[in-house]
Ligand binder design. Structure first.
Ligand code: B12
Length: 290
């Protein structure tokens, strides 16, 4: 694979700090870099990741990082919500990046900052505190933030197990797929996101042509019963590929019938899904999920 070299400006944009701050980190030896023949600083993506993982050193040597980390610890998700609400999208990006540096994992950033913010957006919209345009604008920007956080994680290794993530038909809530994908990547899985409104035949087609170790299906809103949909996928693919379903949209009746299918489970939360992925990494058997 070709090495990706980033300029100080790329990194500054990624972390929402000044370009001069990044150059200072390089010149102080905190962030490894090479020079181009023309004398410009270039940083490998892996070196940015190593820098971010080495949080204590980074915090000690950088006022900006220490401020970001302090802020995100002290004020919680509300600040992230307020920044997006007030159109301060770049500051919000800086804030959520700082939160990831402060807590040291994507999972805790998602659980402590991103998910509570999305839930608050939904509540505020339902109670008339936010109008629909604000809801769309804020969730669109949060989606971009998630893609930016994704850049901070290492690439999946070539043999990484692969999880296919999709929304059932009629389902448009796909940010959750980005959330789950980010968290899955952090525990060494390679996520493949199919997005909204995916027919069973498409899931089957992809899983028949690509090596897939797990299928994760999200249903937040649709009212229709999707037991038959999951059963169709299960029947077509046999029991070799575990299926995990999640989201508030699965009724009790659907959950009960689905968990009777072989190698099929319901996971109520992100954390629950991660526990099952980790078990499956260790066991590599379709029953690892149940
Ligand atoms: C963003 C959003 C939208 C965006 C989605 C944009 C996008 N690109 O994703 C848009 C604007 C499209 C939208 C549309 C609608 N929305 Co909306 N939306 C939301 C909002 C604010 C956030 C959703 C979200 O991403 N949450 C964050 C995720 C990470 O959390 P979560 O969904 O709770 O998931 C957790 C678990 O359930 C689990 N999980 C979820 N899925 C899966 C899958 C697997 C495999 C696993 C293992 C686990 C898992 O893990 C997560 C973390 O623990 C919620 C508010 C809320 N309370 O969530 C409303 C909300 C879900 N929406 C709602 C509604 C009503 C709608 C609309 C009907 C509005 C309308 N009248 O048009 C449409 C429906 C469209 C459709 N057919 O799907 C209601 C649903 C109420 C209900 N259940 O009846 C909510 C709750 C808002 C509210 N308070 O009223 N929405």
């Amino acid at each position: 694979m070709q090495t990706v070299h980033l300029s100080p400006r790329d990194i500054a944009r990624m972390l929402s700090v000044n370009e001069s701050t990044v150059k200072r980190w390089i010149d102080r030896g905190l962030l490894n870099a090479v020079r181009t023949p023309g004398g410009h600083r270039r940083v490998r993506k892996e070196d940015v990741q190593a820098f971010l993982r080495n949080q204590d050193t980074a915090r000690e040597h950088s006022y900006i990082l220490s401020r970001l980390m302090h802020d995100s610890m002290a004020e919680g998700w509300r600040k992230y919500f307020d920044l997006h609400r007030a159109f301060k999208h770049l500051e919000a990006r800086t804030y959520v990046t700082g939160a990831m540096l402060a807590c040291g994992s994507a999972r805790c950033t998602l659980e402590d900052t991103v998910i509570p913010t999305l839930v608050k957006i939904g509540d505020a919209w339902q109670h008339g505190e936010l109008d629909i345009a604000d809801e769309h604008r804020m969730t669109f920007m949060i989606r971009n933030d998630l893609l930016s956080l994704d850049q901070l994680l290492p690439e999946p290794s070539p043999g990484a197990p692969r999880v296919l993530l999709a929304c059932v038909p009629e389902e448009n809530h796909e940010i959750v797929l980005q959330v789950l994908a980010l968290a899955a990547r952090e525990v060494g899985w390679h996520p493949i996101v199919l997005g909204i409104n995916v027919p069973a035949r498409e899931i089957i087609r992809v899983a028949e042509h690509e090596p897939i170790d797990m299928i994760a299906l999200s249903k937040t809103y649709p009212q229709r019963d999707y037991t038959g949909y999951v059963r169709e996928i299960r029947t077509a693919l046999g029991v070799e590929t575990p299926i995990i379903v999640g989201g508030a949209g699965w009724s009790k009746k659907e959950r009960t019938s689905l968990t009777r299918l072989p190698a099929t489970a319901y996971a109520p939360t992100l954390r629950d899904m991660l526990q099952r992925l980790q078990r499956c990494t260790a066991e590599r058997s379709p029953t690892c999920i149940t």
